[in-house]
Ligand binder design. Sequence first.
Ligand code: GDP
Ligand code: IMO
Ligand code: MG
Length: 427
Amino acid sequence: MPVIAIIGAQWGDEGKGKIVDLLAEKANIVARFGGGSNAGHTVVNHLGTFKLHLIPSGVFNEQATCVLGNGLAVDLGVFFEELDMLKKSGINGGRLYISEKAHVIMPYHYILDGLEEEAKGSKAIGTTRRGIGPMYVDKAARLGIRVGDLLDKDVLRSRLEPVFKYKNDIITKVFGAKPLSFDEIYSQYCDYGQRLRPYVRDINTMILEALDRGELVMLEGAQGALLDIDHGTYPFVTSSSPMIGGACTGLGLSPMRVNQVLGVFKAYTTRVGAGPMPTELLDEMGEKIREEGHEYGTTTGRPRRCGWFDAVVSRYSAELNGFNAAALTRLDILDKFDSLKICTSYKVGDVTYSRPPSNLTILEQCEPVYIEMPGWNRDITNIKRYEDLPVEARAYVEKLGELLGCPMNLVSVGAARDQTIEAKPIL
Ligand code: GDP
Ligand code: IMO
Ligand code: MG
């Protein structure tokens, strides 16, 4: 089983970090393939509780080499901060490498992310303001600065100078904000380049060689399928492809090499930022889910919007990614509910939708159609075997598996690595 991809199946924050940390016990390489520090992956294991934005969640497993692929949006301030944080906890990121082709978030990306969001007013996307969108714009416009460019001061100057003038013009003339200093930023990124040198590698080759040796390569998704730039709820999406296709382009890996695509689903639905969310509950029930689940963003601290499990968007995500395995997380958050709802289709007037309409105006009008299932009203956080789960909890998991059309291999009943039930074998 040489390649397994762990993909966020909803709107992000499904618990990918936890699942990667658990499965990385067997991996030789753990690779992030896209996004940047807009991600916030929480890992709880015998070493402590960690919130990672950039460094792969496999970093706690000594045998795993962690890599950042060419698809990443790399914020070097966050990268070095995270390395320091891990070192202080006695975890040394010794076998951590970064692709020379990965793009770098520059200070003007941060500034533009904020200015563009402000300018949108009530139409703002609610980005994490980590510079992600503006960086991917530059990548597509062929104005990006890549990790490899930082290693040579002359190359960096020749790449940065023309872009810098253009960005300062936008910042000052379009938005009326203060210009940035070229000398300061050039010098800071030259320094970053020198610090980064030992980490820079040809990641594509590294992965291909690992596969030749028959090693296990794990691909760590960030964000979620419904935030995909093409297939998500556009324009309320991120600027990369968090799906399996993005994993292949973000690492230079053929789809033919991927053996298992594991979707991570939360047992209900959450979303941070703006955009349609048909099962959002704006009532006491939504509040109860948020409080039971402490649903506040890992990266921004914003309250997450909460609602019942939406099997319409989730099945769409399973179909588009071709999930042949799944993990269901946070089942324990539903421990104190008398009954649970699952949305199985949408209605707009007399029209029924079994897949999410791509027209945003229609999606915004969709009313969820629910089935109801009994809750279990019991603490399940210490359960280790699938057959020991309450019958109502098993029925809920099995119903979701049936609606999604993929096996539910893992059921997570707490944040810690060992609070995971293997219902069906994975690797
Ligand atoms: P990610 O971005 O997909 O890695 O998810 P986040 O880390 O942003 O959010 C998931 C949150 O749920 C984190 O606080 C995890 O520690 C926590 N978590 C993951 N699985 C479970 C679970 O099964 N039960 C509970 N109670 N918490 C979980
Ligand atoms: P993880 O990996 C949840 C959301 C933002 C916003 C939209 C665009 O932790 O699951 P961006 O900063 O990417 O331009 O913001 O995408 N978003 C996430 N939501 N989890 C994430 O990552 C997210 N990354 C981006 O809230 O709605
Ligand atoms: Mg997160």
